[in-house]
Design a protein around this ligand. Structure first.
Ligand code: SAH
Length: 534
């Protein structure tokens, strides 16, 4: 296959602003050379097998790095690889994309360019600052605030910019802000001109200050805004909305640790990000296949022969585990034609639906072992029940069903094991109070998380500086048994229920009355839909 280089803009930070083409190319790439400004979160979209190189880690200074990047792109493309050159924002706005294109042309390597949302446009959209305006700004200028020390670039004409009939969007200007303001004032721009500094536009920790031009540097210092930031100057900036939508989101600025297994976390992370949270992920447990399939294979054969009246699923993982094995063994849905199916909750029922299987029974309200036992008990009198479950699960369902069923047996469909321990950085962030909430989506996850909570972390949990949010009372009871408080507990034992509990808790902390209308936008079903249990 012919190799090719894709020069792609990753947008300003939030994965929401990746283009469809960028997401597609991330999945297809063999090699990804990404700028330091590209958030690692974006790389979650990448093909897991792709070689990933952060160009900031390449040796040498700017010019040497640039030539190494070019050499690597060309060499990989010549080996027939799909090379993704991923840049923050747009590749051709202060991204040196032009130089890289020139190098590719010179080498005769085929390439494609994919634009990205540039920082100034994200700042406008997320802070509701019009960048052009029929009455206030008829032009928009992208300006670099960083004059190259080697002066290879032409000096900035501040006189012309002071007279510019619109909005100035100044990139890389934060450390030279006093000089920039002075230059514009000196050339006649009014000290009262509306201005803003927007830091980390579109990220969960986006910050912004507004001030008249003459006060802008002081305002940004007081607020402690850091790079990356764009400076917006011009009369249209004064037409901003005081409470922009992005900061009205119910979890805006809240840092949340998600502890779901790797392959199941995507949906929850996306949802929290879209609600404005800063999301960290540590998969506390992992879902794996059983070490030995003989027990499951025997159960599948028995199902085919009509040995069981009911097959009961207590998690999405259980559904996928059993049906994957069934297919692998050469069977199909007909194997399950003689058995009734029960699901612990709507998400497990949805997983069955993916295989065109309809659950004969789903509890109506309580999506837990207790709820399932109560709903199923009367239906299985004198019948034979097979429970598809994890290797480490609760015994309650089996014990309860034994009261009425003729026979109850359990078969291990998947294993739940501990994943890697949390990174030292994550533990440090918890100790220092940089993570506000920890979501606990199952009892086993709660146990594993608690095992890593040393005394500084426990202290913060006790003082309410870190809130533990449990998906169910059962999960919450693990926390309470460890002598720690539960900040919020889901009323409906699903991921959506957990998010609703978290939002309520945040509102209470912010002093918003619980009975005011809920600011939780309803969301269509996401991929990796919520599960009742891990
Ligand atoms: N190609 C990029 C710009 C790279 S230059 C683009 O199109 O956006 C780096 C500068 O971009 C930073 O110094 C800062 O001024 C700006 N920047 C990048 N991401 C930003 C963000 N999320 N919020 C505010 N400014 C950002």
């Amino acid at each position: 296959m012919e190799g090719r280089v894709y020069l792609v803009g990753a947008g300003p930070g939030s994965p929401d602003l990746l283009t469809l083409r960028a997401a597609e190319l991330l999945q297809q790439a063999d090699v990804i050379l990404y700028d330091q400004l590209v958030p690692v979160r974006i790389l979650d979209w990448a093909n897991p097998q792709a070689e990933r190189i952060c160009v900031g880690d390449l040796p040498g200074k700017h010019a040497e790095k640039a030539s190494q990047i070019q050499q690597r792109m060309v060499a990989a493309a010549r080996q027939g690889k799909r090379v993704l050159r991923l840049k923050g924002g747009d590749p051709l706005v202060f991204g040196r994309g032009g130089e890289e294109i020139a190098a590719l042309r010179a080498a005769g390597v085929p390439y494609e360019v994919v634009p990205g949302v540039t920082a100034a446009l994200a700042a406008g959209a997320y802070l509701e600052i019009p960048l052009t305006h029929r009455h206030f700004a008829s032009a928009l200028a992208f300006v670099t605030g960083h004059e190259a020390p080697d002066k290879a670039e032409p000096p900035i004409n501040w006189r012309a910019l002071a007279q510019f009939p619109g909005t100035l969007a100044i990139y890389m200007g934060l450390c030279r802000l006093p000089q920039i303001v002075a230059a514009l004032l000196e050339h006649g721009l009014s000290p009262d001109t509306p201005a803003a500094v927007v830091s980390r536009a579109s990220w969960g920790d986006q910050r912004c200050v507004f001030a008249r031009l003459a006060d802008l540097d002081q305002a940004r210092r007081q607020a402690g805004l850091e790079s990356p930031a764009v400076i917006l100057i011009g009369p249209a900036v004064g037409q901003r909305t005081p409470q922009p939508w992005s900061e009205q989101r119910p979890l805006f600025g809240q840092s949340v640790l998600v502890t779901r297994p790797r392959h199941q976390a995507a949906g929850l992370i996306r949802r929290l990000e879209q609600l404005g949270a800063i999301v960290h992920h540590w998969p506390a447990v992992a879902i794996r296949e059983p070490e030995d399939f003989s027990e499951l294979d025997a159960a599948l054969d028995a199902l085919a022969q009509g040995r069981w009246d009911w097959l009961v699923f207590t998690s999405v993982n259980g559904v996928h585990g059993l049906l994957r094995r069934l297919w692998h063994k050469g069977g199909d849905l007909r194997t399950l034609s003689k058995v009734q199916l029960a699901a612990i909750g709507p998400k497990t029922a949805d997983a069955l639906h993916e295989y065109h299987l309809r659950a004969d029974l789903v509890p109506e309200q309580t999506f837990s072992s207790e709820g399932l036992a109560a709903a199923l008990g009367p239906r299985v009198a004198g019948q034979r029940v097979l429970l598809a479950r994890a290797d480490r699960g609760r015994e309650l369902l089996r014990e309860e069903l034994l009261r009425s069923a003729a026979e109850v047996r359990q078969v291990t469909v998947y294993r739940q094991t501990d994943d890697e321990p949390p990174s030292p950085q994550l533990l440090q962030a918890l100790r220092q109070g940089n993570i506000r909430w920890i979501t606990l989506t199952s009892s086993n996850i709660a146990r594993r998380v608690l095992a890593f909570c040393d005394s500084p972390i426990r202290q913060r949990i006790r003082q309410g500086e870190i809130g533990l949010v449990a998906i169910s009372p059962e999960t919450g009871s693990v926390v309470r048994a460890a002598g720690l408080p539960v900040a919020a507990e889901a009323e409906v034992y699903t991921e959506e229920g957990l998010i609703a509990a978290l939002i309520d808790c945040v509102r209470k902390h912010r002093g918003i009355p619980a009975d005011s209308p809920k600011a939780v936008p309803t969301e269509p079903k996401v991929e990796n839909a919520p599960k009742e249990e891990e």
